[in-house]
Design a protein around this ligand. Structure first.
Ligand SMILES: [Zn+2]
Length: 274
């Protein structure tokens, strides 16, 4: 069925809607091995954002994930190039503790002009979220009640639902964004969001499974769901299309597309979030 709500019709007609800006809370940037991205540099990604009405993207460059020699520098450079459209997560690579120490030492000077929080990719780095090598970053995020976006995959020993529960109990002040919402373990994600008021379900790749958005809205509420695409991996128009076709209200869609992100980011970026 094609969504026929007033908001959906606006999106079908124009491809973007000024009254419903999108905050994409999960992006990357740059080339990646074994896959071709036609629009992976900062300027091209901003062009994609413009086409879909994406107001702000919070991202971490692939170099920060895979190239410890470059680490977060390409993320920082991109935000400085597009300060009105981009903010970065400071990526923590726990396999390089000396780099983690440098990243944490630099964090305060770059917050919030560049960074709004941290990004953990436990399944890539094969270090569990509970590992002591992440602790300094968790502790800083907890002290300052900062957003942390962590990839979470159902059943994973690194960032599955049991691991997420353990760190959520340990760091109750962190604004904990479950990237991919414990992909596949949808009901475990619901239970986590119900048990921890500071947990948000982030939708990157959730769009590949029919009916999950309806479950999340029904069982958790749309106030705890955040839009995300993994740009440049997925196109925002695909994600927006799924949301517009989901069996939820336009008020829910506004929450997911922008209101929740605005509430989360307004204290951090008062000048950018009107
Ligand atoms: Zn990611």
């Amino acid at each position: 069925m094609i969504g026929r709500s007033p908001l959906a019709r606006e999106f079908w007609k124009h491809g973007r809607v000024a009254a419903c800006p999108i905050y994409d809370m999960h992006g990357h940037m740059g080339h990646f091995h074994s896959i071709y991205f036609p629009r992976a540099d900062a300027a091209s990604m901003v062009r994609t954002m413009d086409e879909a009405g994406v107001r702000l993207l919070v991202f971490s460059h692939h170099a920060a994930l895979n190239s410890p020699d470059l680490a977060n520098e390409p993320s920082i450079a991109a935000v400085k190039e597009f300060p009105d459209r981009l903010r970065a997560y400071c990526m923590i690579n726990p396999n390089y503790p000396e780099q983690v120490a440098r990243d944490l030492a630099a964090f305060s000077n770059l917050f919030p002009q560049v960074y709004v929080g941290f990004k953990f990719l436990s399944d890539y780095h094969q270090v569990a979220l509970t590992d002591p090598r992440y602790a300094p970053a968790w502790e800083m995020a907890n002290e300052r009640a900062l957003p942390v976006l962590a990839h979470t995959w159902g059943g994973s020993a690194y960032d599955g639902e049991a691991v997420v529960r353990e760190v959520a109990e340990r760091y109750p002040q962190v604004r904990f964004l479950l990237g991919h919402a414990c992909h596949g373990a949808w009901h475990a994600a619901v239970a986590l969001a119900r048990d921890f008021p500071n947990i948000y379900l982030e939708l990157t790749a959730v769009f590949d499974d029919r009916g999950v958005i309806e479950i999340f809205v029904e069982e958790v509420g749309s106030e705890r769901i955040l839009f995300g695409t993994d740009l440049p991996w997925f196109d925002p128009h695909h994600a927006i299309g799924v949301l517009m076709n989901a069996d939820i209200s336009d008020a829910d869609r506004h929450n997911i597309c922008h209101r929740n992100a605005e509430k989360l980011l307004a204290p951090i970026l008062p000048d950018l979030i009107a």
